[in-house]
Design a binder for this molecule. Structure first.
Ligand code: EPZ
Length: 419
C-alpha cells in the first residue's frame, strides 16, 4: 500500500488547475452505452475510479480509449456483447451500479452484483430498483446479484424518490431517456453532477427538462446519437484545496472551477474567517490560518456536501471555539475521527454528530486512510500537524484526486509519495 509523507506547512501559496468531476465522469461513461457511434468526452479526470469504470464497460464489449495527456475519453458502444458486470470490478466501485439503467434501456437486461457496502455505509440501491421497476423492469435479486430485465421497451411514468438519491436519480434518468412516453422524477437530486449528466444526455438528443431542480421531466426518444462533451470541474477537489488553505493559512488561486457549485463550502469557510473572492471560472482563497469554529450539517445539494464533511472536521480541529458537525447523509462517515484524535484532535462522536473542541495542537504521526474523503481529511490535518505525518492506504485518495501530491507541491507543500 502506498503512503504520503507530509511535513508541516506554514502556508499554501500559488495557483493550480482543478480536474474534471469524478462524480460526473462515472455516470457519463455509463450513459455512453445508450448510443452507438463514437463519443468524445473531455476534461475526464485521470482517476482509478474512472479507470475501473472504463475496464467495466470494456468487459461489456464497449471500445474505450483514454488519451491521458489530454484527459480525453473516446468511447464506442457499437455492440454490447455482455450485460453481466463482473464482481471483482463492481466490488471495487459501487458506482458500477450506474450501468443498470443504460443496459436496461439499451439491451433490456443487466446483471450486476449488489455493490455491497463500503467504509461509509451500507449504501443500498433500493431507490434505484424501485425506479427501474416503475419503468417496467423486472427485478430479481439473489446470490448477491441483481438482475434487471424488460421484455418490452420501458414505459415512462411518475416516480417519487423517498430520498433525493444522486445515484438513483441518475440511473432512472438514463433509463427514461429511451423509454416510451414521459417520465417525471420527483424529489430528484439536484447536484451539479446530475445536471452535468442531463446536459450530456441532451447533447445526445435526449429530451430532459428540470435537471437541477427537484422535478425532472423526460420525454423518451427512439434513438440517441454520439456526441462530444466537456465535464464540469470537480467541486469537491476544489473544496478540499480551499479547506487545506484554511487550516494552514495562505493565498491560493484555483482555476477551472464553477464558483456557484461551491456556494455552501464558500459560505462556511467565510463564516470561519476565510476570505474568498470569485471570478467566472476561478476562486481565490486567502486565510491567516486563524479560524473561528462553525457548525456544519450535511445535506443534499445545495446544502453542505457530505463529501466535504471529513475535510472540514480536520479544519475545525484547529479553529477557535467548539464546533458541531452533523452528518445526515451517511451512517458511518466519521472514520477519519479516530485517526485525527491520534494526531491530537479533540473530537467527541455522539451518533451522527461530532463535537470538535478547537485549537488542539496536531502532532504528526502515522495514520491510515479508510475511504476517499477520510484520506483527504488526514492530508489536510498533516499540513497543520507539527513534524511529519505519514498517511497510509492512499489508494483510497487516488480514487478521487488527480495527482494531489503534485498539486500540493505546486502550492509549497513538502509532500512525497512512497509506494
Ligand atoms: C453519490 O453517491 C456520490 N458518488 C457520493 O460521492 C456522494 O457522497 C453521494 O452521492 C451524496 O452526495 C457518485 O456520484 C459516484 P446517494 P450515491 O444515492 O449516489 C441512501 C465521493 O466521495 N440511499 O445520494 O451512492 C444512501 O444509503 C462519493 O465522491 C438509499 O437509502 O449517494 C445514503 O445514505 C462518496 N437507497 C444516501 O441515500 C438508495 O437506493 C445518499 O446516497 C440510494 C441511496
Amino acid at each position: 500500500m502506498a503512503k504520503f509523507i507530509i511535513n508541516q506547512t506554514k502556508e499554501l501559496k500559488g495557483k493550480i488547475k482543478i480536474s474534471g468531476a469524478k462524480n460526473s465522469a462515472l455516470p457519463i461513461i455509463a450513459a455512453s452505452l445508450l448510443t452507438e457511434g463514437e463519443t468524445v468526452i473531455e476534461e475526464v479526470p485521470n482517476l482509478s475510479d474512472v479507470k475501473t469504470m472504463c475496464e467495466l464497460v470494456k468487459v461489456l464489449g464497449v471500445k474505450v480509449k483514454f488519451i491521458e495527456e489530454s484527459n480525453m475519453l473516446v468511447i464506442c458502444a457499437d455492440s454490447i456483447t455482455n450485460t453481466v458486470a463482473p464482481y471483482e470490478l463492481v466490488h471495487k466501485m459501487r458506482a458500477s451500479f450506474l450501468l443498470a439503467g443504460p443496459l436496461l434501456a439499451r439491451n433490456g437486461y443487466a446483471k450486476i452484483p449488489l455493490p455491497g457496502g463500503c467504509a461509509i455505509g451500507t449504501r443500498p440501491v433500493d431507490l434505484h430498483l424501485k425506479g427501474l421497476a416503475a419503468l417496467g423492469a423486472q427485478i430479481n435479486q439473489g446470490h448477491g446479484d441483481v438482475e434487471v430485465k424488460a421484455k418490452r421497451r420501458l414505459k415512462g411514468t411518475k416516480i417519487y424518490l423517498d430520498f433525493p438519491s444522486v445515484g438513483a436519480t441518475e440511473n432512472i434518468l438514463m433509463a427514461a431517456v429511451l423509454a416510451e412516453g414521459q417520465t417525471i422524477i420527483e424529489n430528484a437530486a439536484t447536484e451539479p453532477e446530475v445536471v452535468d449528466l442531463a446536459s450530456y444526455l441532451i447533447s445526445m438528443g435526449a429530451d430532459v427538462k428540470g435537471a437541477g431542480t427537484d422535478t425532472i421531466k423526460i420525454n423518451g426518444v427512439d434513438k440517441l446519437k454520439p456526441t462530444k462533451y466537456t465535464i464540469i470541474p470537480d467541486r469537491i477537489e476544489a473544496g478540499t484545496f480551499m479547506a487545506a488553505t484554511a487550516i494552514t493559512g495562505g493565498d491560493i488561486v484555483l482555476e477551472n472551477v464553477v464558483p456557484d457549485h461551491l456556494k455552501p463550502v464558500s459560505a462556511k469557510l467565510r463564516e470561519a474567517g476565510v476570505e474568498i473572492s470569485e471570478e467566472l471560472t476561478s476562486i481565490r482563497v486567502t486565510s491567516s490560518g486563524k479560524l473561528k469554529a462553525v457548525d456544519i450539517k450535511t445535506h443534499p445539494y445545495p446544502g453542505f456536501p457530505t463529501d466535504m464533511q471529513a475535510q472540514m472536521t480536520s479544519v475545525m480541529s484547529r479553529a477557535k471555539g467548539t464546533s458541531m458537525i452533523v452528518e445526515t447523509i451517511f451512517e458511518n462517515r466519521f472514520m477519519h475521527v479516530g485517526e485525527l484524535k491520534r494526531m491530537g484532535a479533540n473530537i467527541r462522536i455522539d451518533g451522527r454528530s461530532a463535537v470538535i473542541e478547537g485549537k488542539s495542537k496536531l502532532m504528526g504521526t502515522q495514520v491510515k486512510a479508510t475511504d476517499l474523503r477520510a484520506g483527504a481529511a488526514l492530508i489536510i490535518a498533516g499540513l497543520a500537524a507539527e513534524g511529519t505525518t505519514e498517511v497510509e492506504n492512499i489508494e483510497h485518495v487516488d480514487r478521487g484526486y488527480v495527482k494531489i501530491d503534485e498539486k500540493l507541491r505546486a502550492l509549497g507543500v513538502e509532500i512525497y509519495r512512497v509506494e
